[in-house]
Ligand binder design. Sequence first.
Ligand code: ATP
Length: 455
Amino acid sequence: MAEPGKVSMEKIVSLSQRRGFIFPSSEIYGGLQSCWDYGPLGVELKRNVKDAWWRSVVQERDDIAGLDASILMHPQTWAASGHLEGFADPLVECKSCHLRWRSDELKDRNCPECGGELTEPRLFNLMFKTFMGPLEEEANVVYLRPETAQGIFVNFQNVLNTTRKRLPFGIAQIGKAFRNEITTGNFIFRSREFEQMEIEYFVKPGTDEEWFNYWLEERRNWYANLGIKKENLRLREHSQEELAHYARVCYDIDYQFPIGWAELEGIANRGDFDLVQHTKYSGKSLEYFDEETKEHFLPYIIEPSAGVDRSVLAFLCDAYDEDIAEGELRVVLRLHPDLAPVKVAVLPLSRREKLAELAKEIYADLRQCWVVQYDDAQSIGRRYRRQDEIGTPFGITIDFQSLEDKQVTIRERDSLDQIRVPISELRTTLAAKLSGESLFVLPPGGSIWKQGENS
Ligand code: ATP
């Protein structure tokens, strides 16, 4: 029998394709480099990640409002933000094989592919350019947004006026962003089209450091509370050289991917950079009026900026496990119940009419609450394996005894425990288990991080 092994990027890519989480974009044409399609299970997982984020930063809070701004924005936005000038990576090209590389990522001065000589670095703007309307001329140039943040800054006054929020308050947005990255790869870690989950949190200058620290803790807890192992998360402060032009301080929340530690989310103190710039370029005042002190001022901004796709990848890598279950090697995704694409599998032990009838009734009932799969093909062992591999937390088996005693068996993915419950109590039992009360919760009043841990 094969031995349980460790997670690797190959295993994640292979599982993703085999089970329908993630496919290469336009695969029948050979794929489009660094673009990916989320399949039937992937789309559920990704939606669950976004829903968990939205719930925690918008729904469960009084101080953050949501927004969905358009991808195409007035071109002046990108002049004001600094992206037209500064959003560029240094690019070198190999004189022999013509492959292009980011010079700041190269360890030596030759081409990593063929060892050939490289050109001098040139700055390469990462924004995708296109034209609005029928005429392809300079006056009609627009850009696909490289971040969702600017949509929030330009709506600052709109949200302020319509929600009557007072400082500190935030605006949150989930949406697509596009970057013509020079080097892509590592599956969905770095792609040219991706999704971001961003909060711009507006605070009174002078309180920014405190709020910055608050968001570091809050965001790191979010990943840990959704099951990411603490030892796979760390905080990393940006050095002065790598600090973006707009940032006063920036920390990355890094995850230990199979490719090594890499950024999952960036948290920056942007000061008043963005509101100053947009005031200057638009000519509109973006000041905040403090009723108490009767002062007008530009708030400072704390920005927790996360990638949806990178989070999906981190959740997949962290959940991936191999063990021996019921005497067989199994691949199991130990996804947090909130993230699991399918919450419950309904598995009748036989296709016989009476049993199938009861199983279908249970299926119809449970799917009113959750994403449920019905599977009656092949042996029960094979069916458990299939569900373990996609991270389904609970399997319900319906056997001939169920017809007599109106009870079914719930099998737990992680503990492999099996409990028998009356069908009439199935919904409430599953609801309690799926709410994950016993899982990954913060101890009362405390941080889950010990002093100095992973920072
Ligand atoms: P990197 O240094 O990895 O290029 P970045 O510092 O440019 O990332 P930010 O501008 O801080 O990234 O964007 C915020 C978040 O958006 C990142 O933490 C990441 O999760 C996500 N992100 C950025 N670029 C990409 C990309 N090309 N593909 C997938 N996700 C991305």
